[in-house]
Ligand binder design. Structure first.
Ligand code: UDP
Length: 403
C-alpha cells in the first residue's frame, strides 16, 4: 500500500480523457470562492462517503471548501429518519413535538455554524430548515439524495416550504423532480476510484479479509453491502439466497453498519440475524464505519453483488461493485435503474423470485457474468466517478455565482 498523496492529477489516467483538464478550466474563475456543505453525519451512508472525498479536491483547486455537520438529539434523529421514510413513501406517525424538535434543532445548529460562503449545498431533509438563516448574498442549493418520487404528502408539504426558498434544488434522478418554484438540477452521485473503498487490492489483501471473517473462498459468494435499513431489503436478500441455495452451493454475505443519524439499524440487524441463525453459510457482518478495505475486499471477492433495495436514492454500492468488474442485481428502483443496464451490466429485478432467478443465471454462466462485469466497469468510468461529480459542482457554482 502506498501513502502517496491523492491529487487531481492522480485521476488523469483513470477518468475519461480530458476530464482533469476540463476541471482545471472550470475552476479557473472560481479560485478563492467558497463552498459550504452541510449534512447530518460525518460517517455512514453515501453522502458522508462522497463529501470526505470531494472536499480535498475543491481545496486543491483553491476553492475554499468547508463541510459542517448538524448535531442532533435522539428525538431529532428519530424525526428525520421518519421524514426520510415518509419521503420515500412509507406511512409514519410524525407528531407536533417532532416537527417542533426539527425546527428547534435546525435553529440551534444554524446559529452555531458559520453560514458565510459564496455557495452552500445543504444535503437532505435534516438541515433543510437552515434556509431561514441564509446570509443574503450567499447562493444556496438543497441537495436531495433520497428517492422522493412518491412522498407522503404531509411531510413533503412541510419540507417544501423550506425547499421553495432555496436558489435551486439538486436531485439524483429526473423522476425525483418536484413541483417547485425554483430551478431544479440533475446530478448523479459518484465513487472515488482511489479511495480505500475502491482502489485496487492484491489477492493477498482480499484473502486476508475473507479469513478474518471466516468466509469460505472455495465457493461462490453473493454479497450485499448496505446500512441495515428496511428499504435495502436485507430480508428479501436472505429469501432470494435461500431459493438459490436449493440448487447452487454458495454463501451469502450481508455487510453493513449503522449511521449516526439512523436509529433504526439495530432493529433491522436483529431481524436478519434471527432469520440467518440456522444457516452457517450466511455471514452477517456489522462493520465499523472505517471498514473501507474490508468492504472493498468483499466486493472484489464476490461472485454476484446484490442491491435489492425497494427504494433507493442512488445506491453508491452499485457503482462500487461495478467498478470492481462485478455484475450487479438490483431492485428496479431509483438510482439503481440508471446504473444497471438490463442484461448488459447486470439485472434489475422486481421480486425475490426474480432476484433468485438472476443470481442463478449469473452463477451458472461465469463467462457471461465476467463480460457483464467488464462492461459495468467501463460504464462506471464514464458516468459515476468523482471527477464527473466535481465538474458538475464546479459548473453549478459558476452558474450560481454569475447569476
Ligand atoms: N457503507 C459502508 N459501511 C457499511 C455500509 C455501507 O462503508 O457498513 C458504504 C457503502 O460502501 C457506500 C455507502 O456507505 O459507499 C452507502 O451509500 P449508498 O448510496 O449505497 O446508500 P445510503 O446508505 O446512502 O442509503
Amino acid at each position: 500500500m502506498t501513502n502517496e498523496k491523492i491529487t487531481l492529477e492522480s485521476y488523469r489516467e483513470i477518468a475519461p480523457k480530458g476530464t482533469v483538464d476540463f476541471i482545471y478550466k472550470l475552476a479557473e474563475n472560481l479560485k478563492k470562492k467558497s463552498i459550504l456543505h452541510v449534512n447530518s453525519t460525518r460517517s455512514g451512508g453515501g453522502v458522508a462517503e462522497m463529501l470526505h472525498r470531494l472536499m480535498p479536491l475543491f481545496n486543491e483547486l483553491e476553492i475554499r471548501a468547508r463541510w459542517e455537520v448538524l448535531k442532533g438529539t435522539p428525538l431529532f434523529y428519530k424525526t428525520t429518519k421518519s421524514f426520510h421514510n415518509s419521503l420515500q413513501g412509507a406511512a409514519e406517525n410524525i407528531t407536533q413535538d417532532m416537527y417542533k424538535e426539527y425546527k428547534l434543532l435546525n435553529e440551534q445548529n444554524a446559529r452555531e455554524i458559520s453560514l458565510e460562503s459564496d455557495v452552500a449545498i445543504i444535503h437532505d431533509p435534516q438541515p433543510a430548515a437552515f434556509i431561514d438563516y441564509k446570509p443574503k448574498t450567499s447562493r444556496w442549493l438543497w441537495r436531495c439524495h433520497i428517492d422522493i418520487s412518491s412522498p407522503q404528502r404531509r411531510v413533503w408539504q412541510f419540507l417544501r416550504d423550506f425547499v421553495s426558498r432555496y436558489d435551486g434544488a439538486i436531485f439524483s434522478l429526473p423522476s425525483f423532480a418536484q413541483k417547485l418554484p425554483i430551478p431544479q438540477f440533475l446530478m448523479y452521485p459518484s465513487i472515488d476510484p482511489l479511495s480505500d473503498k475502491n482502489k485496487d487490492l492484491t489477492s493477498d489483501q482480499v484473502n486476508k479479509v475473507l479469513a478474518k471473517y471466516d468466509i469460505p473462498s472455495d465457493r461462490p459468494m453473493i454479497l450485499q453491502v448496505s446500512r441495515f435499513d428496511k428499504f435495502k431489503d436485507p430480508v428479501g436478500v436472505i429469501e432470494a439466497y435461500k431459493l438459490v441455495k436449493k440448487y447452487n452451493d454458495c454463501c451469502l454475505v450481508l455487510a453493513g453498519g449503522g449511521a449516526t443519524d439512523d436509529p433504526e439499524g439495530i432493529e433491522v440487524l436483529n431481524t436478519i440475524k434471527e432469520l440467518a441463525s440456522k444457516d452457517k453459510d450466511i455471514f452477517i457482518l456489522d462493520l465499523p464505519p472505517d471498514a473501507n478495505i474490508e468492504i472493498n475486499a468483499l466486493q472484489r471477492a464476490a461472485t454476484v453483488v446484490l442491491q435489492k433495495s425497494t427504494k433507493e436514492g442512488f445506491g453508491l454500492t452499485v457503482a462500487e461493485a461495478m467498478w470492481k468488474g462485478k455484475p450487479v442485481i438490483g431492485g428496479a428502483v431509483g438510482g439503481i435503474t440508471v446504473q444497471i443496464i438490463y442484461g448488459e451490466t447486470g439485472f434489475t429485478v422486481n421480486s425475490i423470485e426474480g432476484c433468485a432467478y438472476r443470481i442463478r443465471y449469473l452463477l451458472n454462466n461465469p463467462e457471461l457474468s465476467s463480460a457483464m462485469g467488464e462492461k459495468a466497469k467501463d460504464y462506471t468510468r464514464r458516468n459515476f466517478l468523482i471527477t464527473r461529480h466535481l465538474s458538475d459542482y464546479l459548473a453549478l457554482m459558476a452558474t450560481l455565482i454569475e447569476a
